[in-house]
Design a protein around this ligand. Structure first.
Ligand SMILES: O=C(O)CCC(=O)C(=O)O
Ligand SMILES: [Fe+2]
Length: 306
């Protein structure tokens, strides 16, 4: 879907000023921002505020069936188009078909009780850059491609990890012909996302998908996001701890200017949560009031009997 223009405008303006082809290290061909510089919190307001945007919260709350959700991942990264012969076994250019759950949870997802959701926000025009994410829709309960356990992919259940499609499928052809055949059907079934600046793809961590090549010389900038239910088990944060960059006022200001729903993404209990007592609220407020924190919503719905 397309995010409302007012949601993405500030981030797009920032990116079109500060993350353009001449500002990118063209040798950075892996997933993720170089030196993790665009992992949330980036301390760049338009980027951090987009990650915490209320529209995204509403959508994720609906998808996960609860108001109590947590952010697990937010990273903005450039994918630079290169000639296809320039890729090696770990290259990200023409990705292998995969699911994302393997390095986001220690457990195995349950199709019927989704506990987490991922998203990609695209900041460029796919008709110019190409590189639309490819995905394989699940065709009902008996779909052979979606019979758990989902272990027919690199890095899972003892298989070696490579990122590059050609390398991976050669390995499966030589070592696991049954999985090879299954995986071949995924490539024939794949469909590709079309995108403009501000398009968002919500997807599951147990959907088959992959990144496809960006046109040589072009730049595709995307945000990868992930959330989980607060009560989900096994899921782990991709980014470093949110509090880690505290002390210079930037993280504190993020907390101060956020709404209770936005703070909740970072494990700040919602108003009405049993965690809150008058004393705890006073202590938290003492820490963040210099940064604009308003204790009123928490006070108003203070759990009774505390
Ligand atoms: O770049 C894309 O379109 C998808 C990337 C992806 O699926 C991944 O790196 O896990
Ligand atoms: Fe992925």
């Amino acid at each position: 879907m397309q995010l409302p223009e007012e949601v993405t405008r500030a981030a797009l303006d920032w990116l079109n000023e500060n993350l353009t082809p001449d500002q990118i290290d063209a040798s950075h061909l892996d997933f993720g921002s170089p030196d993790r510089q665009f992992e949330f919190p980036t301390l760049i307001r338009p980027l951090d505020d987009l990650v915490l945007n209320e529209h995204l919260i509403t959508a994720v709350q609906q998808l996960l069936g609860t108001d109590d959700i947590r952010l697990m991942q937010a990273d903005l990264w450039p994918k630079v188009g290169v000639e296809s012969e320039q890729h090696d076994a770990q290259a990200n250019t023409d990705q292998r078909m995969h699911m994302d759950y393997g390095n986001n949870t220690l457990l195995h997802p349950d199709w019927y009780q989704p506990e987490a959701v991922a998203a990609i926000i695209y900041y460029d025009d796919g008709t110019i850059t190409a590189g639309g994410t490819a995905y394989v829709p699940r065709q009902g309960e008996s779909d052979p491609a979606y019979q758990p356990p989902f272990i027919h992919m690199p890095g899972l259940a003892g298989k070696p990890f490579f990122n590059d499609r050609t390398t991976v499928e050669q390995w499966f052809r030589d070592h696991d012909p049954v999985a090879y055949e299954l995986r071949q059907t995924l490539y024939t079934r794949e469909q590709q996302v079309t995108f403009q600046p501000g398009t968002i793809l919500f997807y599951r961590h147990d959907i088959w998908h992959r990144g496809t090549p960006v046109t040589p010389g072009k730049l595709r900038r995307v945000h990868n996001l992930g959330w989980r239910r607060a009560d989900a088990r096994g899921w782990t944060n991709w980014n470093e701890g949110w509090a880690r960059q505290s002390y210079n006022g930037e993280v504190e200001s993020l907390i101060g200017r956020s709404t209770p729903r936005q703070r909740c993404l970072l494990d700040f209990p919602l108003p009405g949560d049993r965690w809150w007592t008058p004393a705890r609220l006073q202590q938290v407020a003492a820490r963040y009031e210099p940064f604009g924190f308003d204790p009123a919503p928490y006070l108003k719905s203070m759990p009774t009997g505390q």
